[in-house]
Design a protein around this ligand. Structure first.
Ligand SMILES: Cc1cc2nc3c(=O)[nH]c(=O)nc-3n(C[C@H](O)[C@H](O)[C@H](O)COP(=O)(O)OP(=O)(O)OC[C@H]3O[C@@H](n4cnc5c(N)ncnc54)[C@H](O)[C@@H]3O)c2cc1C
Length: 390
């Protein structure tokens, strides 16, 4: 690796080229169009399936994926542009659903799937013709992935799957699920991954969970009763699934951190605008020093969080497995910070901040998820504890 390639890029003009800016423009226009329906889709608890297709047509569902299967074959900085601009949709649920498709359920297929599986599942998912979900969590195994109990037993050329998954984003309408199953002994060594098409007999969707935030994305409990899938749907080697899940988590956590930073930034800009227009005691609320100080403090912390996510992004680009520490820190730091930032951005709106028509009220409930989903803040600390040898 050349000295230049080893150097961490930290200045925006070193990182982002005209091509990145063109992608930003495309995503921003797409997301702004979606924002017109943000409240409507949150109230409906779902958004139209066509949005996946629209995102696929723009190339957003396979930015880093293999061009032989419809991907753009680009690097993580392009993903950063996609994630940062998508917040303009002002609908965290929809953003999460798209990112489950582009950055959580399909990268494993891109990395370790056979060409046959890529053709059957990855290509239509990148095009937005099929909806993908990631099925890892279960009622008895969220943080503790090694505790999952859904089994896949080999029977001739097939696997027979029995069990249950919980919290599955896109779960009510996914065409396929990148599914974690137990093929071996208890513990992390007995887990495999396979692609599960949801039209298989014995599969059914339970209830769509009613949530306090991210409302436009469906979150399902799903059941498997003697579901038979061909053994060729296995991803990678049998009983090696845990390692692939942990690797996949790095991408999931990085986009979560990037989206969180961009969401905070948007909320602060909105809050400053609101506080500048809104008058109390004869002057704009933003003219009170307490608010000016709060907002600049938040902008400072957001910038620090952004630089941490960029540091992690640069490391991932150079050596995909070498950034676990930075990604974990970025998700932990951005997630915890966002709770304070969004709280204050809501507070400056007074009573209007409590009304669902105002984006900030929904941002406040949406943001609560960041310290829970994709690995809780406590789990981020546990990972860092181990990495620091404590
Ligand atoms: C809206 C939503 C969407 C989701 N989408 C998906 C999806 O698409 N696919 C999927 O597979 N999963 C999904 N999840 C699941 C999510 O990843 C889990 O909820 C998360 O990992 C936490 O697991 P849990 O809910 O079982 O909590 P638990 O693991 O039961 O944790 C409960 C509490 O105990 C703490 N805790 C656990 N272990 C430790 C420890 N070692 N040290 C200290 N504290 C600890 C946790 O931090 C937490 O505070 C989703 C969840 C939500 C809410």
């Amino acid at each position: 690796m050349s000295e230049d390639a080893k150097r961490i890029k930290m200045q925006d003009d070193e990182i982002f080229t005209d091509e990145h800016r063109a992608l930003r423009k495309t995503v921003r226009a797409f997301a702004k169009g979606l924002s017109e329906h943000a409240l409507e889709w949150d109230e409906a608890g779902i958004f139209p399936r066509e949005v996946f297709k629209q995102a696929g047509d723009l190339g957003l569902l396979g930015i880093r994926a293999d061009p032989n299967f419809g991907g753009l074959g680009l690097d993580w900085w392009y993903t950063t542009c996609y994630v940062e601009e998508l917040v303009q949709s002002r609908n965290a649920g929809l953003n999460m659903a798209l990112m489950v498709q582009s950055d959580m359920a399909t990268p494993i297929i891109n990395e370790i799937g056979s060409d046959e599986l890529k053709r059957e599942f990855l290509e239509p998912a990148i095009a937005g013709d099929k909806i993908a979900a990631l099925g890892v969590s279960e009622p008895g195994g969220g943080s503790d992935v090694a505790a999952i109990r859904t089994t896949a037993k080999r029977d001739g050329d097939d696997y027979i799957i029995n069990g249950q998954k919980l919290w599955i984003t896109n779960g009510t309408r996914a065409d396929f699920i990148t599914l974690a199953v137990r093929t071996g002994d208890d513990g992390f060594g007995g887990i495999s991954l396979l692609v599960f098409p949801t039209d298989v007999k014995g599969f059914h969707v339970g209830k769509s969970l009613k949530k306090i935030g991210n409302k436009s994305s469906d979150t399902a409990e799903i059941f498997f009763e003697d579901c038979r899938v061909p053994a060729r749907y296995l991803l990678g080697e049998e009983n090696q699934g845990f390692y692939h899940i942990m690797t996949n988590f790095q991408g999931e956590r990085l986009v979560a951190a990037q989206g969180c930073v961009a969401g905070m930034d948007l909320a602060v800009r909105d809050a400053i605008r609101y506080g500048t227009d809104r008058k109390a005691f004869g002057r704009p609320v933003m003219k009170f020093q307490v608010w000016r100080h709060k907002m600049v403090e938040h902008l400072t912390s957001i910038e620090a969080a952004r630089r941490l996510t960029y540091f992690a992004t640069d490391k991932v680009n150079k050596a995909p497995m070498a950034a676990t520490k930075e990604i974990t820190m970025a998700k932990l730091f951005a997630g915890d910070l966002a709770q304070k930032v969004i709280y204050d951005c809501m507070q400056i709106h007074g009573g209007f901040g409590y009304v669902t028509e105002y984006d900030i009220s929904r941002a406040w409930t949406d943001i609560r998820l960041i310290t829970i989903g994709g690995g809780t803040s406590e789990i981020m600390k546990e990972i860092l504890t181990k990495l620091e040898g404590l």
